[in-house]
Design a protein around this ligand. Sequence first.
Ligand code: ZN
Length: 542
Amino acid sequence: MKAFLAALLATVAAPLAAQQAAPAPATAPRTAPKLIVAISVDQLSADLFAQYRQHFTGGFARLLRGAVFPSAYQGHAASETCPGHSTILTGFRPAKTGIIANTWVDQNAPRPDKLVYCAEDERVPGSDHSKYTASDVHLKVPTLGERLKAVSPASRVVSVAGKDRAAIMMGGRKVDELWWWDGKTYSSYAGRAVPPVVQRTRDAVAALIARPQAALPLPTFCAPYDRAVRIGEQVLGRGRFERTAGDARAFRASPASDAAVLSLAAGLVQDMKLGRGPATDVLAVGASATDYVGHSFGTGGTEMCIQMAELDAALGGFLDVLDATGIDYQVMLTADHGAHDATERQRDRAMPMEARVEPALALKAMDAAIAAELKLPGPVLLAAEGDVYVDRKLPPATRARVLAAARRRYLAQPQVEAAYTAAEIAATPPPTSPPETWSLLERARASFDPTRSGDLLVLLKPRVTAIEKPGPGYVETHGSPWDYDRRVPLLFWRPGQPGFEQPLSVETVDILPTLAASLRLAVPGVDGRCLDLDPGEADTCR
Ligand SMILES: [Zn+2]
């Protein structure tokens, strides 16, 4: 099962046998770790993790022997990749990170469609939200790496991921190495030198994609999920990641792409001697394949089962490389958001309330109805995901009438649970209670930024999937305020750290203060709180 990682490591990194493995310390470590390894598994819901945790034997199994928080929350309503990644190493909810969605509307943006991608600089002439220049300008708060560098300039910060937004939101500014998969190869900001290990990874992955891929073996525990489901023209549920030569899109939505990112991370640890310098270093890793597999095939078939097994194996191989360096490292693993399985498979399994969003809720339909009702030439609305914006070119009194009509019309739709105005959300205090008790309005508040959020936030009923017409690569999604999209696992592991499980809820904004405590780094004013990783001993938060 370690085939992909082993093959890639053979060309990317130094052989394991050439290095001496260090035994783990027998007692709980009290000194600051030399390397923080922060791993995000895109779309790894708490439900998916619970479904497979009994079968893990590799990296996940090792992390399950550490501090386990099975019910961590990306508490905010905008359960998407960019907002989720912005919470992980900042300690702030999206309301303060400023990353309120993957894409939002900025009516002042110098481009026709006014859409802005979370990890771009829209001021670059000639760009648009899909043909953009990657940038960290929208992230409003510092990451762990930035905070660490401010007090120990010798600390190095490295961030690699299968998506640019994952690498950028976890790495932040002042990254020593920042690399993401751009669909064809590993990229960074323009003008950055390409280290030899990155070039070796590019070459190894290009060779991998150029070859056809035979079907991967099906672990025995995947057999119950080997069941076909028809979604439109597609038959899903029985796939094994076979692909034709040169299919980079299929590579991206496969376990091999996570193995490639982990291999690159391992190579950077070795080449940069991370954890072996004078100060603590930070390595952020974004494993994005689970999200692509989920969107392409749903979470309930052989595809996701194989993905979980392969990721477990690749994580194990990656941790073996870290062990071989002999350094004292601290691992944290979590996710940016959860997900819920494809509507058609859930219906096949007799799950109630499963539906795809109705065409009447499409922006164009809503816009035309409001324009006709108010006798306006239209269009009057702009939208990105659940955020709806009233055209600023309309006079203020007209804008107020459009907003009122939009709210009434959305609420009249049977699939709509709530439609909150920006004024209502802004008037709600940030939540302070455990995240599972938050009202929908509080969930909305946690990812609300008055300068970026919509004039109206529309939230769909539970189990309504926001994909009207499923197509290749896009049958299932997330982004709702419901717990299947908000709840993720959170695991901490360090050599010698005693294991325990805390079933009560925590938040992903708790990660930064927790890691900061192990580094004796003060982080006043963040949204999260320090989690005690060693409840049997002295409080690790002091
Ligand atoms: Zn996604």
